[in-house]
Design a protein around this ligand. Structure first.
Ligand code: NIG
Ligand code: FE
Length: 419
């Protein structure tokens, strides 16, 4: 007999039943709500989701063996999925907020050797255990905000050894923390200082040494590149991603964040990337290309806000049929937050996504953005028992109470991990 968790009598159960792929268009508004609903999880897997009455019948005498989680007066959703983070790093960069408030541009701070290069210095200096310690505290905070799975990118090592160290830290955290961590190799996050005058040499290092080493140790599932004016151009990005694809990595791309119509969205679509991320400045053609290729647009409204930039055109993307997901982009420079609930509010307020759409974008679509759509992101029989209980009367209150954390209980693989 397995370990049974019985989440009982939620006022709203937001099931987000899968449709075999990420949601698009009006499909992003279908939440599959059950009023007075219960969930039964056995050995970490959902075995029942439905009305309270049917749950009683389903469990019958086994009810006495179950750990009961009282969900009365709560909204229950799938565990939130954050599909784009740079959560494994050492240090912080609050000085840059003040610089940017004085008018210095984010990309100029990087060009002066700050920004990503600043965090690369502190991350290189940190021993692996220290990197795990600092990042673990961050993961604890993610969990308190209802996040049960994150993607985490490397890209603050920028040497073979330090990139491997960062990815090993991600693997250690995946093992020792309740949150599942999906690792992405992003050695092409910035050109490090020692290659300032030889960026092609750094691309060679990424292609010839870093990618094969990461593949050999099985340390990442995805490869991502910061495709941006003044960072890696589209030719360099293509070269890195094609090499990664050849080694079996799935692809992601930081696309069209800063420069207007740089061609990142088009490149991500052409290479069949699983996701294209940021997209603040994506061209109309790029958006059409994403719709055609089925690439998930991972939008980061917190980053647009924190960089004081115009947000991505979520409405046009949804109208064009692009599957949209949301993420914190948690990183020390452009989005130092772990709060997916805040991101849901920001997506409504700055991109005019609806409360129903933002829930889809942070659960099932976010799961598909990291290749986990068959395993997490909805409350369905056979899926992992990752749930969040929110102190709210209905799901519309989740983005409405902005800047507040309504998370009451978090359940990961059937175990109560936040209460
Ligand atoms: O997604 N744009 C590139 N990378 C991160 C920022 C990383 C940093 O500033 O440390 C982002 O915004
Ligand atoms: Fe990012």
């Amino acid at each position: 007999m397995g370990q049974i968790t019985y989440v009982k009598s939620a006022s709203q159960l937001i099931c987000m039943d899968g449709e075999g792929g990420p949601r698009t268009g009006r499909g992003m508004s279908r939440l599959g709500i059950i009023a007075s609903g219960s969930v039964v999880i056995e050995d970490g897997i959902i075995v029942f989701a439905g009305s309270d009455a049917l749950a009683e019948q389903y469990l019958s005498r086994r009810q006495s063996e179950a750990e009961i989680v009282d969900a009365r007066g709560k909204v229950v959703t799938p565990g939130l999925v954050d599909p784009h983070t740079h959560a494994i790093f050492a240090g912080s960069r609050e000085n840059e907020l003040e610089l940017r408030l004085q008018g210095v541009k984010y990309i100029d701070i990087l060009k002066r050797g700050g920004g990503i290069l600043n965090t690369a210095r502190s991350t290189r200096e940190a021993a692996e255990e220290e990197l795990v310690r600092q990042s673990r505290l961050r993961l604890d905070r993610f969990l308190l905000h209802g996040v049960t799975t994150i993607e985490a990118k490397s890209g603050y090592g920028l040497t073979v050894q330090d990139e491997l160290k960062q990815l090993r830290a991600a693997r250690a955290l995946n093992e020792l923390h309740p949150i599942d961590v999906v690792p992405t190799f992003m050695g092409a996050h910035a050109v490090p200082e020692e290659y300032r005058n030889n960026p092609e040499g750094y691309v060679d290092l990424v292609v010839n040494e870093m990618l094969p080493a990461v593949a050999e140790y099985g340390l990442a599932e995805y490869c991502d590149v910061f495709c941006e004016q003044g960072v890696f151009n589209t030719a360099q990005s293509r070269r890195i991603l094609e090499a990664a694809g050849g080694l079996g990595f799935k692809l992601k791309l930081h696309a069209d964040e800063i420069a207007e119509g740089f061609g990142g969205a088009e490149l991500a679509a052409e290479l069949g990337a699983v996701s294209a991320e940021h997209l603040l400045k994506a061209s109309a053609e790029g958006v059409q290309a994403l719709a055609k290729s089925g690439t998930v647009a991972v939008l980061l409204p917190g980053t647009a806000l924190f960089l004081m930039e115009r947000p991505a055109a979520a409405r046009s993307m949804i109208e064009a049929g692009v599957p949209v997901a949301l993420s914190t982009d948690c990183n020390p420079g452009s989005s130092p937050t772990v709060s997916m609930p805040f991101i849901l509010s920001a997506a409504c307020l700055t991109m005019r996504m609806t409360p129903a759409e933002v829930l889809t974008a942070s659960t099932i679509n976010a799961a598909y953005a990291i290749g986990r759509g068959e395993k997490i992101g909805s409350i369905e029989i056979g899926k992992q028992g990752d749930l969040v209980l929110f102190d709210a009367d209905n799901y519309r209150q989740l983005p409405y109470y902005y800047g507040m954390n309504l998370v009451h209980t978090v359940i990961k693989k059937g175990r109560v991990v936040v209460k």
